[in-house]
Write a protein that binds this ligand. Structure first.
Ligand SMILES: Nc1ncnc2c1ncn2[C@@H]1O[C@H](COP(=O)(O)OP(=O)(O)OP(=O)(O)O)[C@@H](O)[C@H]1O
Ligand SMILES: [Mg+2]
Length: 327
């Protein structure tokens, strides 16, 4: 159960209204570095002086749009950040971004996501580079060889990191934690002699392929059918982590079967997962509800109906996970 002061402290890190970035300086280098990806995005620098506690001054932020078919998709990044604060799982701060210059004269909303390392000092290594180094002929396009047991566990608190990321992905139903949606940060590698730096995992970024984003508003009610809902939440064909458990795994397993394997193999992970799951619906609602009235534009708004559906998804998944792990 979260304490009131923790919840209040958390709220100071949230912004319940759109942050207008029309005057932010565009980072012209970004698209050259990261032209790939499934969603349009560009990077901007925040102004030098920012008063708000939830923003960093003169700092890089990613403005990440939704897929055009699903203009509400960006809410997933913001909801995942808020859930990260509640569960104690590190997710890059994600706010509501509004850009009237992206398509001039048109309001474009997206997720405004804080950069998670300092590229003047740190070196970032994508998980894909690590997998390629470990598995011969690793196919980075398809990622079919992406699997947990092959990932080396030399980084401190590796079990704790994956326990957090897997828990978050399970709760939000993220099916896209592929090899380039996690990575390592070599802290201070560019400024100090390598021995003085240290290695960290990236926070859990890229959380938008989740939370039922692909379900159109008019189809949400269909999931009142318990059987259909249960199937959506458990069918291993789609309700599963992107990574397999092991390279030689033949069968497809759903989120919860994967988590069972994880806690069985890494005994200390169960307590960590338990701690992350110590939250209640009222706390999540308190933090998420203000998002409904934050954007009035019908194309982009988060409707009460969708938020309610998202809450059902999160809490049903939480129950399924607790049941699978015997918590
Ligand atoms: N907050 C961040 N801080 C630093 N780098 C980031 C951040 N968010 C994204 N990136 C970098 O930009 C790349 C693309 O971003 P992201 O994965 O969010 O987008 P995407 O288009 O959804 O990608 P995908 O191909 O996985 O669908 C990431 O692989 C990562 O290297
Ligand atoms: Mg990605």
């Amino acid at each position: 159960m979260l304490q009131i002061e923790v919840l209040e402290n958390m709220k100071s890190r949230l912004c319940d209204k759109p942050i207008v970035i029309d005057d932010w300086r565009k980072d012209e280098t970004y698209e050259g570095i990261y032209p790939k990806g499934t969603r349009d995005k560009s990077a901007y620098f925040s102004p030098e002086a920012v008063d708000e506690k939830y923003l960093k001054g003169n700092y890089r932020y990613l403005f990440k749009l939704s897929r055009s078919k699903f203009p509400w998709q960006f809410w997933g990044e913001i909801i995942a950040y808020r859930l990260g604060l509640i569960t104690g799982i590190e997710v890059p701060p994600a706010h509501i971004g509004l850009n009237n210059e992206y398509n001039p004269g048109e309001a474009t909303y997206g997720a405004l996501i804080e950069w998670f390392y300092d590229d003047k000092k740190d070196t970032y290594i994508e998980g894909g580079q690590i997998m390629e180094g470990i598995i011969k002929d690793y196919d980075r396009q398809k990622g079919t060889q992406h699997n947990f047991l092959s990932i080396p566990h030399f980084v401190k608190n590796s079990t704790g990191y994956w326990a957090g990321v897997f828990t978050l992905d399970c709760l939000i139903g993220n099916t896209d934690r592929h090899q380039d949606n996690w990575g390592l940060i070599l802290k201070d590698a560019k400024t100090k002699k390598s021995k003085q730096g240290f290695v960290l995992f990236s926070p859990a970024f890229d959380n938008g392929t989740a939370l039922g984003y692909e379900i159109l508003e008019e189809n949400i009610d269909k999931y009142k059918d318990e059987k259909l809902f249960e199937k959506y939440l458990t069918n291993p064909r789609h309700a599963r982590h992107h990574m397999k458990w092991s390279l030689d795994q033949l069968d497809v397993i759903n989120f919860y079967e994967f988590m069972k394997k994880f806690v069985l193999e890494f005994k200390d992970s169960k307590d960590i997962i338990c701690k992350h799951l110590r939250f209640e619906r009222s706390q999540v609602e308190e933090v998420m509800n203000p998002l409904v009235s934050a954007v009035t534009d019908n194309t982009y708004s988060l409707t009460q109906k969708r938020l309610h559906f998202i809450m059902e998804l999160i809490f049903k998944r939480k129950k399924l996970l607790e049941k699978a792990l015997g918590i």
